[in-house]
Design a protein around this ligand. Structure first.
Ligand SMILES: [Zn+2]
Ligand SMILES: [Zn+2]
Ligand SMILES: [Zn+2]
Length: 154
């Protein structure tokens, strides 16, 4: 699947900040920082689009891990709120870092041609997040993937 990735300048500068966030989350959740987990998080921190377990596996250094370990790590870290899972309409699970308070992505996919595009700006973060925090909620996660008919197909 071809995904039009986000061109936001945040990606040029905050790789180490994103990775640091993820590693802190791992410790907070009492998971061990294993080499595979660290490498997977580095790959996701660098990526401008969500990646499937196959794609993450291909980007890992050869022989460092196996597909089952990658799959399990992704699932575990998603359950703990470190990763965000995306459903882009082709029943492949893709993951990216689940940062809420920094730059993050949502996707819109066309039901007709299947094109996928990241969009900037998150209403949840801008409007809802603050009010939930004021009510005392913490460790907030949200999922939002949008379907539509794109302008080329309309
Ligand atoms: Zn972006
Ligand atoms: Zn379309
Ligand atoms: Zn959001």
């Amino acid at each position: 699947m071809k995904i039009k990735t986000c061109k936001h300048e945040a990606h040029n500068s905050n790789f180490s900040q994103r990775l640091k966030w993820a590693l802190e989350k791992i410790q907070e959740k009492k998971l061990r920082i294993t080499n595979p987990r660290k490498e997977i998080l580095a790959i996701l921190a660098e990526s401008r689009k969500p990646l499937s377990s196959d794609e993450v596996f291909k980007l890992l250094k050869k022989g460092k891990s196996d597909l089952v370990t990658v799959y399990r790590s992704l699932t575990t870290m998603e359950e703990l709120g470190i990763l965000r899972k995306h459903d882009l309409g082709d029943s492949v699970r893709r993951y990216e870092l689940a940062q809420e308070e920094h730059h993050h992505h949502h996707y819109i996919h066309c039901r007709s041609c299947g094109s996928v595009e990241a969009f900037e700006g998150c209403a949840f973060e801008q409007v809802i997040y603050k009010s939930l925090k004021n009510k005392g909620y913490q460790h907030i996660q949200h999922n939002l993937d949008v379907q539509a008919i794109c302008s080329a197909c309309a």
